[in-house]
Write a protein that binds this ligand. Structure first.
Ligand SMILES: [Zn+2]
Length: 408
């Protein structure tokens, strides 16, 4: 008899079959907890109330050493059979919606509609469901699993929670981020981004009587023009965009200050490094050019650059067993795997050499980051079973031939 694939072995094993059946039976409860968590406001930087709710659930399902760290991440552990580095499963707590956004979830036909219902109400509810079915007895893994609800994943959060977690946690054998709905995407390339604010400061003055002093807004505009003209590599896809520009106090005043904000993205760290140097060079060249025009005896412009955002990039090789296992599991449930690039909590472990991916947590969704965000739970439990199998594949099962399975 030909040997089955490891994915099939795992899928059909008694503990995983039991856990899959439980997920299926608890489908409606899982959606109910998804609604409940989505209705707790959690703007980036103010995730505490939602975090407290998750901590209580972690304790209720018997995770060990449940705690809230200095960044406000919520962490709980399910012990494995071996004392080895854990697999980290994370889901972000925060949403892009500012305080005061109505977060009530409503039904519209087969859909649930509400801000954050998928991103990341679904990821959080799925993480809790997995923490419950991987109970440490009937379903016992080889490696321990750390379940983590992270803060600061969206926008200006700059992956603050994941950075703090991987700065302070010990080593991890793998990390899997549950983010939003879906059961096809496997994010294994982490889109890195760096954001800068360039500021020019000069003497300023009256636009007629002081004319000849260097103009900080002219310098900002020159810098923007230089950045707009920079050639970019064909691969990897790299983007550089001036998102905001400003300065000055009045149309008839030479501004003392001019500034611009720049967003740079690529999956390649060397490319990000190179363009960061280009941004510094463009700022310096803009100062030089504007100072070259200044009247004798006036003060020069000075430029400064601050990093206002930094998301590390990189990738987990498509051939890595963690990615391959996720691909095979996705096929097993009858979906077409889609290897993808995105900026998620997985960026942080990936950038530190820990094999990591981000996956959807089942069901369908759309209009994320808008108040019309929706979630449709059709086949939702199948997506949960996929996530379960990928997580257990990374941690290994405690007993039987599958103990040798760990993919990470
Ligand atoms: Zn998300």
């Amino acid at each position: 008899m030909p040997r089955q694939s490891p994915v099939l072995d795992l899928w059909a094993s008694a503990p995983v079959a039991h856990a899959r059946a439980t997920l299926r039976a608890r489908d409606a409860d899982i959606v109910a907890s998804q609604i409940e968590v989505s209705e707790i406001e959690a703007p980036t930087g103010d995730e505490r109330r939602r975090g407290a709710w998750v901590a209580e659930r972690f304790r209720a399902v018997g995770l060990r050493a449940v705690r809230i760290d200095d960044a406000d991440n919520v962490i709980g552990r399910r012990e494995g059979a071996a004392e080895v580095a854990p697999v980290v499963i994370c889901a972000h707590l925060d949403t892009v919606f500012p305080p005061g956004t109505p977060v009530r979830v409503r039904r519209s036909g087969p859909r649930l509609v509400g801000p954050g219902i998928g991103d990341n109400g679904r990821g959080l509810a799925a993480m809790l469901a997995l923490a419950e079915v991987i109970d440490g007895t009937r379903v016992r893994t080889h490696a321990p699993i750390d379940f983590v609800a992270t803060v600061g994943e969206e926008g200006t959060g700059d992956l603050r929670g994941a950075k703090h977690l991987f700065d302070h946690a010990g080593d991890a054998r793998a990390a899997i981020a549950l983010d939003g709905a879906g059961d096809e995407r496997i994010v294994h390339r982490a889109l890195g981004s760096r954001r800068f604010r360039i500021t020019f400061r000069g003497p300023g003055g009256h636009s007629w009587t002081a004319f000849g002093v260097p103009n900080a807004v002219h310098a900002a505009a020159l810098a923007a023009a230089k950045l707009a003209r920079l050639p970019r590599p064909a691969t990897p896809r790299t983007t550089l965009s001036v998102g905001r520009i400003g300065g000055g106090i009045a149309v008839n005043a030479i501004p003392e200050e001019g500034w611009l904000e720049v967003d740079l993205r690529s999956t390649s760290v060397p490319v990000l490094d190179r363009y960061e140097r280009e941004i510094h060079a463009a700022a310096r060249a803009a100062s030089d050019e504007e100072n070259g025009r200044r009247a004798r005896g006036t003060l020069p412009l000075i430029e400064s650059i601050t990093r206002i955002g930094m998301r590390p990039g990189g990738d987990t090789d498509a051939a890595h067993p963690l990615v391959a296992f996720a691909v095979d599991t996705t096929r097993l449930i009858g979906r077409e795997p889609e290897l993808a690039t995105a900026s998620t909590d997985a960026n942080v472990p990936i950038s530190r050499g820990i094999p990591a991916i981000a996956i959807g947590a089942g069901g369908r969704g759309g209009d994320a980051h808008t108040p019309a965000e929706w979630f449709d739970n059709t086949d939702g439990h199948t997506g949960l079973a996929r996530a379960l199998a990928i997580v257990i594949g990374a941690a290994g099962l405690a007993t039987g031939p599958l103990a040798a399975l760990p993919v990470a």
